[in-house]
Each structure stands twice: as structure tokens, then as C-alpha cells.
Design a protein around this ligand. Structure first.
Ligand code: GLU
Length: 563
């Protein structure tokens, strides 16, 4: 067991590191690995650090061949673990026709801030552009006035900046209405589209029966005339639309002569005053083509659109991009519906778009999830077409990989109880800011007689607790009331008594701290030094990683990130 023989554990870790990376490992890396696997050694940091240096010196004496042979005989499982990790590294599958570079796009509707569901398309397209080189277009799809929130033009851009996408250009569809009108005219001239003035219900019935409506047979000239009447307001909402000529006998009725343009009499659009708006399938095809998009990664819910869009490509004689449709991703535990979020914010149920009960990227940022973790999690999910449910645990694991090496450690005592400890000497604890990076230094906690400890640790009957980096505390119980006395410094005694090693604070030097979790608030206290960590993710030891959200005269507010 490493706790009893840290020497062996350190030697094997140093050896594994040397075999994996070549050369001689850094002490910090070896200590980090050993402490990670054997947390009980953390209280023996000095001793471990000295032993690590010895272990590294021993490894340095061996040739590369001797290192491998030694690891093979003494810890073959460590070699297996190395290759497993290697195999697990996720790479996205190749895309055909991408060798010479790609043009891809992320095309959100500006209906509200981006949420975790959007992140998949955003991250996968981004990763492919990075993999193959090329352009990455952000296309704001705002041709449905009902799905436009004026503020979202900015929030979407902010969210994208936060995600760190490699966007090379931004296109807003409402700026391009004249382009779509022009293409519509061309398509009418080619006989690929017609203006339909049928009553909607009547058209539906004909369509169900695979029958052409009377408008379908109009000449191009007649259609151009009607199209002009759409544009010049002669027709009102519901009186005319442009339809794409498809296959009236197509087995899927949704493919039959679907609409491409519609009239809106009183649209409230923050950017344009128009009477005729393209529908998504038309504007998407126009832009994918005109912007030179080569590959489209989007959800399975767009498969029917891809089929519809093929008719438009064929009429124009354009080549379709390469598509990949990934499976649906169920996301539980947070609110994602934009309308539900908006209503909740209005009612005061949520504090804003970054309320941590919501699934927005801003809510994730607020609680300390890093954008790289979001992207890595999405790339790990990949472009498979199987429906899945999103795993928060995987996202947290990705995030932990990033924050664990950087987050400073502090004590936070939830629901604190004052423990006056009889017979305890005044004592200064030096607790590592990071268990595997001694160079970062220590925090100083000055014990002068009374400690704050978490109420939850005072389970009736508990005979001993060890205050981390300090000493042992004996507890005597008078009914439900505990009294505390000094229990010596020995870690071995604490172990023998199966005492929990808990976080604590010197009662005279604390800052009030509120920890906000998705389930509610936890009131407590933390070390004063936490005030210097505003905006950063730290670890509250034994509680989890938290983001220090705000620091003011009344104390610290932190959001729970994950364990
Ligand atoms: N704006 C569409 C959406 O957010 C995306 C269009 C597309 O991928 O073609 O669903």
C-alpha cells in the first residue's frame, strides 16, 4: 500500500512518466500523480517531495530500455493503462472531399442566448474547420420575425466569443433579402418555382391527393407577375406564397411543393421592414451555395430539410454540400426552452439568462464550466446518428481535467459550528494551495483556540475528528452536546480511530460565504484569501470545485461547479 510505502509508488510513477514521455520527469508531475492516487499522503507533503527527488534520481540512472523492462516486471498494469488512455483519445471521423480544406457554418436563429444544445453543432463544425483548415461562417438566421429577439444578435455573438469558435466571417440573413428575391425570380424563370394563390386548406387537400393545384401550371411570365404582386403589397398575408416544384407523387407529403416565400403583413422585425420573407429551406440553400459551404454538420431533425433542399439545388443545377446528421441529444436537469426561460426571467423565477438552473452557455460559464470543456465534451460525443442523452458527468469530467491543475484549494465550512478546543496549543497550519504543486505555496491558518467546523460532521457519538493540516480533536458527548479537546498531532492516531479528516477555519479569521448550488443556497464561511480569487474556479476542499462569483463587504458568493 502506497501510504505505507510512498517510495515504491513514487518510483513507479516516475518510471511510467519517463517511459511515456521520454527523458526525466519533473518532480511536480510525479508528486501530483501519487497524491492523486493516494490522498492520504497529502499530509506528508514534505516527506513525499524529498522521496520523489530520490525516485527521479533512480529512474535517471536507468537507460530507456531498462526503464521499460523494469516497469514491465514491476507494474505491467501501468503499461496497459498508458495504451488504454491513448486509444480512448477521440478523433472525429474523416469527411469526404475535405482534403483541400472546408467551408462550414454555424447557423443559429437569434431567438435567445445559445444553450448547451447549440454547442454541439457549434463545436463539431469548429473542430472540422480546425482539422482541415478553411472558413467558418457564423450565419444569423433571422428571416422568421417571430423567432427574433433583438438582444440575441449581441448575446449570440458574445456566447460564440466565449466558446472560442474560430469564426472567420459573420453573415446576417435579414441583410440579404434582395439576394433571395433575385434568386426566387431566377427560379421562377427556370420553372422551378411558382406563386400559389390557393387557399391553404385547399392546397393541403390537393397535396394529400398528389394533385397539382391550379397555379402550378401557370407560365413563368404569369408567375413573375404574381411574384411582383407579392413584393408590391398587392397580395396580403395568406393570399399568396412561392412554392418549389418538387415531386407531387413523393411518398412523403411534406416533400410535395413545399413553400419557399411567404407574406407577413405586420411583422415586427428589428432589422428590416419587409413584406415577403424567405422560409428557412430557401435561404439556407441560397446561402450555403453563395457562401461556398462545402460541409454541413447538423442534427437529424434537419434530414427532411436536406431532402427538400435537394430539389432547390437540382433546379439551379448547383452541387449540394456534404451533410452529416447527428442523432438527437436529450438534455435533462436544466431548462432549455427559450420561451420558458424568457417567461421565467420575466416572472422573477430565474435571476437572468445566466441563472444556473438554465442550460444556457452563460449559466455554465457562471458556475465555472470552461468553454474548452464544453467543446471537448461535444467532440467526445461526436457526429454519430444514434440518439443519446447528454451526460453532465462527462462534461464535468472534461471540466475537471482543466480546472483541477489550476484551481487553488481553500477551506469552506458549510453551516459552521464553533468548537472551542480545550488544551489545544496555539498552532499555525500551512495548507498547500495545490496538493501537487508545492511551488505555489501555502495558506496560513492561525489556530488560537476556537475552530469553525461543519455542523454535518458532528454526528452524535463521533469520538474523534482530524482538522486537516492541524491536529486531532477528541469529542465527548453530553447527550446531544459535544465538547472538544486536543487529541494530539499524530496522523496515525487519527487513522487508527478512523477519524474523518475535515476542513475547518480559525474562528477569528473568516469571511462569510454563500455557496449557490442548483438545489439551493448553503450558508457558511471561508478563508479570507478566497476574496482574492474573484472570477476564478477554486476547490473548496471536501466540497468540490466552485466559481467565485462575487466578493464584497458582506463576503463571498460562490457557485458550485461540480465535485
Ligand atoms: N437555423 C437552423 C437551426 O438553428 C439551422 C439551419 C441548418 O443547419 O441548416 O435549426
Amino acid at each position: 500500500m502506497a501510504g505505507d510505502d510512498p517510495k515504491e509508488a513514487l518510483f513507479l510513477c516516475a518510471l511510467q512518466n519517463a517511459v511515456k514521455h521520454g527523458g526525466v520527469p519533473q518532480a511536480g508531475a510525479v508528486i501530483g500523480m501519487v497524491m492523486g492516487a493516494h490522498p492520504e499522503l497529502r499530509s506528508r507533503a514534505k516527506e513525499v517531495s524529498a522521496l520523489a527527488k530520490e525516485a527521479i534520481a533512480e529512474v535517471a540512472k536507468l537507460s530507456p530500455e531498462e526503464r521499460l523492462a523494469t516497469l514491465q516486471t514491476r507494474a505491467p498494469e501501468m503499461i496497459a493503462a498508458m495504451s488504454e488512455k491513448h486509444e480512448k483519445k477521440k478523433v472525429l471521423p474523416e469527411l469526404e472531399g475535405a482534403e483541400k480544406g472546408v467551408v462550414m457554418r454555424f447557423a443559429p436563429n437569434p431567438s435567445g442566448p445559445l444553450h448547451i444544445g447549440h454547442a454541439r453543432a457549434a463545436a463539431l463544425n469548429d473542430a472540422y474547420v480546425k482539422q482541415y483548415g478553411g472558413r467558418y461562417i457564423l450565419r444569423i438566421e433571422d428571416t422568421d420575425p417571430k423567432r427574433v429577439d433583438p438582444e440575441a444578435y449581441q448575446t449570440v455573438q458574445e456566447d460564440i466569443r466565449w466558446l472560442g469558435l474560430g469564426i472567420t466571417e459573420v453573415v446576417t440573413q435579414s441583410d440579404r433579402l434582395s439576394i433571395y428575391y433575385d434568386l426566387c425570380k431566377q427560379l421562377i424563370e427556370k420553372g422551378g418555382a411558382y406563386v400559389c394563390t390557393c387557399d391553404n386548406e385547399q392546397f393541403k387537400e390537393l397535396k394529400q391527393n398528389k394533385t397539382a393545384c391550379p397555379c402550378r401550371g401557370n407560365s413563368a411570365l404569369k408567375n413573375l407577375e404574381l411574384w411582383q404582386k407579392m413584393l408590391d403589397h398587392t397580395f396580403r398575408e395568406g393570399e399568396a406564397s412561392v412554392r418549389i416544384k418538387t415531386d407531387l407523387s413523393h411518398p412523403d407529403p411534406a416533400m410535395r411543393d413545399f413553400p419557399a416565400f411567404r407574406i407577413l403583413d405586420a411583422p415586427s422585425h428589428p432589422k428590416v421592414k419587409a413584406h415577403v420573407y424567405p422560409l428557412m429551406n430557401f435561404s439556407v440553400v441560397a446561402d450555403d451555395h453563395l457562401l461556398g459551404v462545402t460541409h454541413v454538420i447538423r442534427g437529424k431533425d434537419h434530414i427532411a430539410n436536406t431532402r427538400r433542399q435537394k430539389f432547390i439545388y437540382d433546379h439551379f443545377g448547383w452541387q449540394q454540400p456534404v451533410y452529416r446528421h447527428y442523432g438527437r441529444m436529450g438534455i435533462e436537469g436544466v431548462v432549455l426552452s427559450t420561451s420558458q426561460m424568457r417567461a421565467g426571467i420575466k416572472e422573477g423565477l430565474y435571476s437572468g439568462w445566466d441563472d444556473i438552473r438554465l442550460g444556457t452557455l452563460r449559466a455554465l460559464a457562471r458556475r465555472g464550466i470552461l468553454p474548452e470543456a464544453v467543446k471537448n465534451a461535444m467532440i467526445a460525443i461526436g457526429i454519430g446518428d444514434v440518439d443519446i442523452s447528454f451526460s453532465w458527468d462527462n462534461l464535468y469530467a472534461e471540466n475537471k481535467k482543466l480546472v483541477d491543475p489550476t484551481a487553488n484549494r481553500y477551506f469552506f465550512v458549510p453551516d459552521p459550528v464553533e468548537a472551542k478546543i480545550e488544551g489545544a496549543p496555539a498552532h499555525t497550519a500551512h495548507a498547500l494551495l495545490h496538493p501537487s504543486d508545492e511551488a505555489r505555496g501555502t495558506r496560513t491558518l492561525e489556530f488560537t483556540g476556537t475552530a469553525l467546523i461543519p455542523k454535518a460532521e458532528l454526528v452524535s457519538g463521533t469520538a474523534m475528528l482530524r482538522l486537516k493540516d492541524l491536529f486531532n480533536v477528541k469529542i465527548a458527548w453530553n447527550g446531544e452536546t459535544p465538547t472538544f479537546s486536543y487529541g494530539g498531532d499524530s496522523l496515525a492516531d487519527a487513522r487508527a480511530a478512523k477519524a474523518r479528516i475535515i476542513q475547518w477555519l480559525p474562528a477569528q479569521a473568516i469571511v462569510p460565504c454563500t455557496l449557490i448550488t442548483q438545489e439551493g443556497e448553503v450558508k457558511g464561511a471561508c478563508e479570507p484569501a478566497v476574496k482574492g480569487e474573484a472570477g476564478k474556479v477554486v476547490q473548496f476542499e471536501r466540497v468540490g470545485f466552485v466559481k467565485i462569483d462575487a466578493v464584497d463587504a458582506s463576503g463571498v458568493r460562490a457557485y458550485f461547479t461540480h465535485k
